[in-house]
Design a binder for this molecule. Structure first.
Ligand code: BGO
Length: 524
């Protein structure tokens, strides 16, 4: 069986391409020992080829679980072909991973995705030149619009059968001579195809690689001397020398291959972002948006649906119908009371919230799908960072105001394990739609004429959650600065009804199931 691995930055379109290449025949699990999703599936045109989706990563450094999994897989398993999906609209950042993939010496081809968006941005990339400079095939595609996929498949099939080898890219001459000296120290210990990768990693003083290959003292001393000399020459640390060398090469590649027809014009998303992520306007706009969301779901449209379910459907229609049936079947009156007051009214109290919740999820789904929520995480990161919290904790917490279950699921995007665990612990305490009812009940019963009590309890709950986060961050278990917040801000899109619909149904489903379980527990 031949293996084709898909590698690329998060949001580069890997999943979209993976789905096209495998059809619906995929299996999902976890990589051994870590909670990183592992997806694979047979190539839909040749079942003997397995498509392996690697986690979305920005580099092959050993910091996040995703990076460790990917580099271990690439170096130890050695797939027959790596397809590197590059977001053509973010080529500078995406090429950083491309250079690192080239350094591994694996057979590689580049799939330049989102070419439709690039065209809209009035930018072009000279593909032949880029392929020539990178020394690997480059195919431009649009995975979303299914454009040029045949060409990509043809090239991949050709690369799989021919297995062509490509020359390594050359960085700064002084760096290259240091790398050659390290490679000489590794000859005979490391296979020739992997010499460059190991030389670069040792040059970067990568602890994992150092421990893996365990060199004798003489070689270690030689390599250390080479690195010291390079550091003196460049007046920089060795890992920074490597990073700079890659970025210098990328900036040369981009200058030579990318043609920007409107270098000074701003895109629509840039113009909207000037207002929406503005230092002073971002939060007031966000509060207005959230107020509109709650107004639509809790005050108006959602409540109309809930009132109809409570007052009409479960207020008279269903109870009257059930009562008539029970009387006709001569059921004992205590049993009638149990069925109508217990089961029918209980069911009504679950379903009564559904319109409000669906409306809330619909609004959140639209905001997420059009790209606004990504901006909010970015804006909130400015505030959260002051308390050593990650801005990525905000979206799960926000989703938890609807329901804790999808909130916990949303923590998957937080790379730092400590931050993820802490967010999981805290999101469930967020005042969700279920707790809203309890707040309404308690404040309505004990403070009937004080309308400020319920909203205060709601917002106090949120402040307590953030306060607990600040406190937990000071404990040994969760201490440490959050990882730098790197997040793709997608261009604003019209929300896709299918995406939004799926999200609303999934979230409403977990909301109903959660309440259903509680109801069954109470009935039992
Ligand atoms: C959202 N062209 C365009 N225009 N978009 C593409 C293309 C393409 O060729 N390929 C992918 N996309 P993933 P990873 C989205 O989901 O495959 C889009 O992480 C959004 N979602 O549709 O998931 C694709 O697996 C809200 O867009 O990438 C997806 O690598 C607003 O790129 C995104 C805007 O694709 C990432 C887009 C809630």
């Amino acid at each position: 069986m031949k293996i084709v691995a898909l590698a690329g930055n998060p949001n580069s379109g890997k999943t979209t391409l993976f789905n096209l290449l495998t059809g619906s025949n995929q299996s999902v699990g976890n990589w051994p020992g870590v909670t990183v999703e592992k997806k694979q599936g047979p190539y839909r045109k040749a079942k003997e080829v397995m498509i392996q989706d690697l986690p979305g990563i920005y580099s092959l450094s050993p910091y996040t679980a995703e990076e460790v999994v990917s580099r271990k897989y690439l170096i130890e398993q050695g797939p027959d072909l790596v397809i590197n999906i590059v977001d053509a609209t973010n080529i500078e950042r995406n090429l950083y991973l491309t250079l690192q993939l080239l350094e591994t010496g694996q057979p590689l081809m580049v799939s330049l995705n989102m070419i439709d968006l690039l065209k809209k941005q009035r930018r072009k990339i000279n593909l032949k030149k880029l392929a020539y400079l990178l020394s690997v095939p480059v195919i431009a595609i649009s995975a979303l619009k299914k454009k040029n996929i045949d060409n990509l498949q043809r090239q991949a099939e050709h690369s799989l059968t021919e297995r062509p080898t490509y020359p390594q890219l050359q960085y700064d001459e002084r760096l290259e001579s240091a790398l050659t000296m390290i490679e000489k120290n590794l000859t005979g210990i490391i296979p020739a195809t992997k010499l460059r990768w190991y030389a670069i990693k040792l040059f970067e003083r990568d602890e994992q690689v150092k421990q893996e290959i365990k060199l004798d003292a003489t070689r270690q001393k030689d390599i250390e001397q080479t690195i010291d000399t390079a550091e003196k020459l460049f007046q920089d640390t060795s890992d920074s020398i490597m990073i700079n060398a890659r970025y210098e090469l990328i900036s040369r590649l981009v200058k030579m291959c990318v043609i920007d027809e409107n270098d000074f014009a701003m895109s629509f998303s840039d113009r909207v972002d000037m207002v929406v992520t503005n230092r002073w306007l971002a939060l007031p706009i966000f509060f207005l948006v959230m107020w509109a969301v709650y107004y639509l779901s809790i005050q108006t449209i959602g409540t109309m649906g809930s009132d109809w379910i409570n007052d009409v459907l479960f207020g008279s229609l269903i109870p009257n119908f059930v009562q008539e049936c029970l009387v006709k079947w001569q059921v004992a009156s205590w049993m009638q009371g149990l069925i109508i007051d217990g089961i029918v009214n209980g069911l009504g109290s679950i379903l009564g919230f559904v319109p409000q919740i669906m409306m809330l999820f619909l609004c959140l789904g639209i905001l997420e799908d059009c790209g606004y929520m990504a901006r909010i995480a970015f804006v909130m990161d400015r505030i959260f960072h002051r308390f050593n919290l990650s801005g990525k904790s905000f979206i799960p917490m926000l989703i938890s105001t609807g329901c804790g279950v999808p909130g916990i699921m949303a923590t998957r995007t937080i790379e730092n394990e400590k931050d993820r665990k802490m967010t999981i612990m805290l999101t469930t305490f967020m005042p969700c739609s279920a707790k809203l009812t309890v707040i309404a009940l308690v404040s309505g019963t004990f403070f009937p004429d004080q309308s400020w009590v319920a909203p205060s309890a709601y917002f106090l709950g949120m402040v307590a959650v953030v306060g607990s986060g600040i406190f937990l961050k000071k404990t040994k278990l969760f201490a440490g600065p959050p990882l730098p917040f790197v997040m793709e801000l997608p261009a604003y899109h019209f929300p896709k009804p299918a995406n939004v619909g799926r999200q609303v149904l999934n979230r409403a489903d977990s909301f109903i199931k959660k309440r259903e379980q509680l109801f069954l527990l109470l009935v039992c």
